[in-house]
Design a protein around this ligand. Sequence first.
Ligand code: FPP
Length: 203
Amino acid sequence: MDGNGRWATRRGLPRSAGHRAGARAVRRLVEAAARHPAIAALTLYAFSSDNWRRPADEVAALMRLFERHLRIESPRCAANSVRLEIVGRRDRLDPRLRAAIDAAELATRGGAHLHLRIAVDYSARDAIAARQLLPDVDLLIRTGGERRLSDFLLWESAYAELVFVEQMWPDFTAADLAAALTEFHTRARRFGALPAAALGATS
Ligand code: FPP
């Protein structure tokens, strides 16, 4: 979810306003994903383990935003059969945020419609070293014009299709998600094997 800071700066707003706009985008995109029949799981990269290196006031504002949104959104998730799971380290999070996470996971544990994972204090390298692996990723979308993975789901993305978009995260819409899915469906996924036509020719 890259680009909150630039979205705000371009509007003469503080970065925290960009994160709040990013949270509104999270709500829109989760609704869109939950409506989409092809999407069973969605993982959002909200805070990397390297993001602790940001100024303390930005980190604190982000943590407050996570806690507030978890408390607000978890009843809506439960009502819409969305299962919330927070992935990443918990031991460095504020106890109030940890309590909000526990409550949200408990309240939504029966959700079978969409499995929504939010990565907080997440490092793919640490997850690999600790064997805390998630299911394989089919499509990985990065906003904000960056073209790298930045320690996100490195193991799970071994055969992911990568889509990089220029939009800043707060501007990313349901239509942009649909466009990324259309792009995904144009890709030939071979997982190292040969295309079916070539297999037929060799047999
Ligand atoms: C990266 O953009 C974004 C983050 C580090 C924070 C992501 C947080 C949210 C979208 C807010 C709420 C999330 C939830 C799950 C409720 P950046 O700050 O690096 O922007 P920049 O690349 O323009 O500097």
